[in-house]
Design a protein around this ligand. Sequence first.
Ligand code: SF4
Length: 244
Amino acid sequence: MSPTPRPGAPSKEGPARPPAQDAPPPFLRVTEIFHSIQGESTWAGAPCTFIRLTGCPLRCVWCDTDYSFHGGTKMSLDDIMARIREIGCPLVEITGGEPLIHRNTFVLAERLVEEGYTVLVETSGSEDISPLPAEVHTIMDLKCPGSGEVARNRWENLEHLSARDEVKFVVLDRADYEWSRKVIRERGLDRRVRDGSLRALLLSPVWGDLEWRELAEWVLEDQLPVRFQLQLHKLIWGPDEKGV
Ligand code: SF4
């Protein structure tokens, strides 16, 4: 399958460039590749291969993957693809860190789409998502104020989301909940979920900080068209386990 551009993406057409001679193979820095149960989003519960890339320019106060900020192993895209084929799972998620800070993430996503994988990309929403192929299911955070990174939200990304994509809010407290509710209503995300131009809105409590029941009751009270979610992998393997 050839990847297609997503809504509003700038054209990639330009003058043809000759292939670089002796250019090193494209690579990415990888924190871990593992096979697990998808813990979040509308894909929760499905077996999935995760490619966790290294590096993130954000510092959310409740981040649970800070081990991906540094280090990692440099892997060529060919080696990553070989590992994905070896694992053999049709569902693949590219995550981080923040995967979209690397140009080659877009190339990797294209290669996975071309080989027929169902591809999820989880992003903080701070980088331009428009170069991702339209076939990719983007799960994009909108950072709430309690994360400390609300200023990093790239609001233009909302125009590039399609019926395949999901928006996630990680909620620390009542103030974050009210902020999320306002954004959902004022940006018309509730309408987009109802008319099918957005796949889902996800609300997650910050693990260990907000009572699950409290958030669930707020959602019910306001009749928000969202999916309350918990991180299923943490329920299965415990909150501190890596590589699951
Ligand atoms: S964007 Fe994700 S990886 Fe980066 S600091 Fe926030 S939660 Fe952690």
